[in-house]
Write a protein of this length. Sequence first.
Length: 245
Amino acid sequence: MLKGKTAVVTGGTRGIGFAIVKKFLENGACVAVAGSRQETVEKALGELAQYKDRIMGIWPDLCSPESVAQAFASVKERFGSLDILASNAGISSRTSLFDYTAEEFSRIMDLNVKAVFVCSQAAARIMKDAGGGVIISTSSMVSKYGQPAGCGYPASKFAVNGLTVSLARELAKYNIRVNAVAPGVTKTDMLSSLPQEMAERVAAGIPLGRVGEPDDIANAYLYLASDLAGYVTGAVLSVDGAASA
């Protein structure tokens, strides 16, 4: 589905991001895995050694336009294009409002919002010159109804939704589609650390009766990145088992 395409996946070393990387590779894309540290990127590349001719690693400062532009230029130089950006890097928090510091709020907004803006801008500049491309960002089901603590996280994902819809309108004339995926509760390292009884209670509150797998989210990314979604832009696709319905 993605043969001949080149993708950058931020937050691609583990969890949902790693599943997206694998899904894109399985469908013929060349992929640049972006992580926060060289060692985590190299570990991920080692687990994907069978794709060594179609994969590379980068570890830019996602909030630095210069660092990101340089990294994305290296991807284009290696593979000849940059067709898909999957902005998946992010952090969450459940700190009470009464204990929330301005520094913690800024840290969440920097990686979850500013980095999406910086990466989208750098990718769009390359895609505009190439005649088109696809930008997909990771939102969250809490962007629709908030959460009982850690207000910075849902606020940042509301912002991702706003960026998605606005950039879709702005970039459509350049044949650049912009969408977001809003996962629900997904089986990542954080969920796996919960006691089984608590995990079962979480699953019971989801209409489909189970938590999501990273592959569920990666499949949505694959669809939006592919030509099957050629007329889809400005969408925030919920992948949460109807938890936010």
